[in-house]
Ligand binder design. Structure first.
Ligand code: FMN
Length: 306
């Protein structure tokens, strides 16, 4: 499950986990400036039920700050500490973070070495193709990361300019897989369980990462695993139960205000499965309490608004 701000938090991860099939989860990106001072008792980011299958992702560009933050994260014994070299949003790249690091390979190498020195668990990088669709430049960059100590690379197969919308360029995943010794995880554009199998077979990648479709259909990994084992996926679960499970998990892990904000965000994505999704999103969006939000969900399904 991919890192997604406001979505890949502990409650959504637990929702995905409840269906089975997902081997590794990512946190939301964590700001390296904030991580060293973050209070684990009050932080809404440093929360998990299990950490051995969780990748904690850092965003930053200062090698010293990244070192300190990575050391803190390593202390929690996660599956991996990841460096974000793929985020294309201005608020991230304007600091020289995210995909901006791909334009400054020397800094990227120093950042990765600093994280490598700080961490005894795995170190990974989630990157894009780069700023332009140049396969050689992409491979050279990733190869440099491998030499600097990356244990695996996730490639979001789009360029910075592609954002999230252009069709993902899976041929770049195949190209990177040919070049690197370390495992390559492919990402971008998996919207059906069949797509994951297609990504595995057409690129030879070692893993598949799913982003948006994992929040729309949190059971997609269960379906992918079923197909990989040669069986037919089960029918989709009742969506009312899925939405109310997210509601319950949010209240289990967060206070009312954070839970409500995150529930509204979650409903926007889960509603994409419904004919009355737009209406449900509007109704939930107006609620001031979690109790109110749950009751409009129950009511909407009872009436089957369409
Ligand atoms: C709402 C949202 C938040 C995201 N936040 C992050 C992030 O924190 N770190 C990161 O590396 N990528 C982030 N991404 C990118 C995803 O991890 C993933 O690379 C992208 O959505 C493409 O995969 P998909 O086509 O399966 O959705 C985010 C994407 C979305 C839609």
């Amino acid at each position: 499950m991919a890192p997604m701000v406001d979505l890949s938090h502990v409650a959504y991860r637990e929702l995905v986990r409840s269906f089975g099939g997902c081997d590794v989860f990512y946190s939301e990106m964590l700001n390296a400036r904030i991580v060293p001072g973050e209070n684990t008792r009050t932080s809404i980011y440093l929360r998990w039920t299990r950490v051995d299958d969780l990748v904690l992702q850092l965003v930053g560009g200062d090698p010293e700050k990244m070192h300190l933050a990575a050391r803190r994260l390593d202390g929690f014994r996660p599956f991996s500490v990841d460096v974000n070299m793929g985020c294309w949003l201005k608020k991230v790249t304007c600091h020289g973070w995210g995909v901006a690091l791909m334009e400054d390979p020397d800094r990227a190498r120093r950042v990765l070495s600093a994280v490598r020195e700080a961490v005894s668990t795995l170190v990974s990088v989630k990157m894009r193709i780069g700023c332009s669709p140049d396969p050689e430049a992409m491979c050279d960059f990733a190869s440099m990361l491998e030499d600097a100590g990356a244990d695996f690379i996730v490639l979001h197969a789009r360029t910075a300019a592609d954002g999230l919308s252009r069709k993902a360029r899976w041929e770049y995943i195949a190209r990177l897989k040919e070049r690197l010794r370390v495992p390559v995880v492919g990402n971008g554009g998996v919207t059906r369980a069949e797509d994951a199998l297609e990504m595995f077979s057409s690129t030879g990648c070692d893993g598949v990462m799913v982003g948006r479709q994992a929040v729309i259909q949190p059971w997609i990994f269960r379906d992918i695993k079923a197909l990989m084992e040669g069986s037919q996926p089960e029918p989709p679960p009742p969506l009312e139960d899925v939405i109310l499970d997210l509601h319950r998990l949010l209240l289990e892990h967060f206070g009312e205000d954070v839970a409500l904000k995150r529930f509204k965000t979650g409903v926007v994505w889960l509603s994409q499965n419904l004919t009355f999704g737009h209406h449900l999103t509007t109704l939930v969006g107006r609620q001031k309490t979690m109790e109110g939000a749950a009751s409009v969900v129950r009511d909407a399904f009872l009436k089957g608004i369409s």
